[in-house]
Write a protein that binds this ligand. Sequence first.
Ligand code: SAM
Ligand code: DTB
Ligand code: SF4
Length: 332
Amino acid sequence: MSTEAAPPDAIRHDWTVAEIQAIHDLPLLDLVHRAASVHRAHHDPADIQRASLLSIKTGGCPEDCAYCPQSAHHKEAGLGRQRLMPVETVLREAAAAKAAGATRFCMGAAWRQPKDGPEFDAVLAMVRGVRGLGMEACVTLGMLTPSQAERLAEAGLTAYNHNLDTGPDFYGDIISTRTYADRLDTLQAVREAGIGVCCGGIIGMGEGVRDRAAMLQVLANHAPHPESVPINALVAVEGTPLQDRPPVDPLDLVRMCATARIVMPKARVRLSAGRRALTREAQVLCFLAGANSIFYGERLLTTANNEADADAQLLRDIGVPVPAVIGLAAAE
Ligand code: SAM
Ligand code: DTB
Ligand code: SF4
């Protein structure tokens, strides 16, 4: 048996929580250096993906996720409930996002699980339409049956977003209407249908570093690793149970991006919600630490995101080519 240690950028699926936590807690400059080395061994550092996001069905969700303004349990967040957007409206938004330089279009619906029938068929048409524009298509619709995952695959879906949000031990503090195992079942259906997996989580909900490391362990011990891993900082929305959580320290986001990069060397690590609160310099530190995707466009699902022209300028300033921004608003 070989006694040699695995090289620092090896693809592994046997991480322990303690190992991941030890990486996370390294002196920051050592952590960033290690993550940047892994990043450069597996990626072109000038390749930073721009994904645009659209809420195709907003509010009124039966789940009780404590962070989410779209939960029907958090009426004070005041979002109400809207119907599924028409396919043409969605495809106009996708075309505008493409014109502004996005390569992936992500569509989110505030559902516990989609119902089969006209609404699911409309989502399939949206996926086909986005693929027809030459963009990658991602949707996040809640829990799926294996048959729904197969139909999404047939429609050409590139990736399905379904976050684990946090570690298994803290999960019950945040969500009571579904279990961690429910989440893992949907991820398995997505993987078995041949769709890319986009799965990550949120920091700043009151969890400990061990919970953050435990979430990364669950992700990294999946074989293959998720293709993309969104790292969100909580956007503390008024009217949600987490409205008074203090803001996340940007250096905690750097640590999380770096640790995700080290344990999942080939994944796209997406610096997701909460980026608006970061300075340009903090964002650059996240990119150095291995983040290589952002949400691009002035809205996330229901909250504001960074200005698209400021993002395009930031990327150009660090040497990432971006086409001229001609606006992310839907074409008239
Ligand atoms: N209903 C589907 C689901 O939960 O899978 C899809 C939409 S849901 C809004 C998508 C993800 O957005 C959640 O899993 C969560 O990680 C993230 N999210 C929602 N609200 C957030 C907030 N206030 N701050 C940070 N991330 C948030
Ligand atoms: C993900 O991890 N973050 C995105 C996307 N996947 C769907 C959603 C962020 C939502 C932030 C709160 C809002 O705008 O409603
Ligand atoms: Fe519903 Fe998704 Fe919000 Fe949870 S995160 S309340 S499942 S929309």
